[in-house]
Design a protein around this ligand. Sequence first.
Ligand code: CP
Length: 337
Amino acid sequence: MNFVGSHILSVSQFDRQAIRTVFEVADRMLPYANRQRITRVLEGAILGNMFFEPSTRTRVSFGCAWNLLGGEVRETTEIKASAIAKGESFYDTARVLSGYSDMIVMRHQLEGSVDEFAVASRVPVINGGDGANEHPSQALLDLYTIRKEMKDRGKNIDGLRIALVGDLRYGRAVHSLCKLLTLYENMHFILISPPELSLSAEYVDDIKRAGHKVLESDELQTGIGHADILYVTRTQEERFPNQAEADKYKGLFRLNQSIYTEYCEPNTVIMHPLPRDSRGNANELDNDLNENPNLAIFRQTDNGVLIRMALFALILDVVDKVEETSSKVNWYTARRF
Ligand code: CP
């Protein structure tokens, strides 16, 4: 894969070598994300951080990743604050914004919207999530986290047993992660969802065609007992035709410490792309797991900065210049990683 100047629209662009490259560069970003050193490698460069759908971690961590490389960020945080609300097309928006930026990250509720935007953009575009379709940087940070967590437990990604829990129909993070995991060997996928929110046949068929095992279940307790990773997801209420329909599926699968203790193997890793829905009628990942050392959800969010810095550095061809332009920090720094 040639990263330089490329759009990142789908994880289908990645093979195992490309993933290794991203992870190697992400490892090299640690001193900067950890505030041990600062680099000015992107001094003068501007990121257009265009989020037309709500976001906390993807928007802010892409912005921070760019800032940590020395660049400036301009952003939009909702459709009504942009001229798209006045009927401007993706084509015109992309032509305009690509005149102002060196790279663009975009999120939008419509599947395929970021592809359409990228066609008209004069600078590289990264998909920050397009409807229920894909979330490539989330899948890369999830896989990077899985690799680290498994390594700490003396295991590899190959042979992984992963239980994907919740809304597998609309969850774009799940879709992208499944595609990436399919590149590895001898995987066991345990798909736990209500039948109406099951992973669509196109993903399941691809997983099976690649020779991996698939078990589908609509019961949490029976599915989670033999997994290395529990990847829990929220009901994606914003993709449902109405709130009442979404509410039917909230709270059906709730992982908490007592269920974890009773049914999971010791050291099973708990992941979630976040946000988790902590409201009473949902609560798919209980706060009583917060002190469980196997809860990796905030390690995922920290790792997101490393992965997003790596993508920027690779696409803008500055990986080997990051250190050249670096210096020690002058302020007190709390350790993150
Ligand atoms: N995981 C994720 O996409 O979170 P945000 O919606 O907060 O960006």
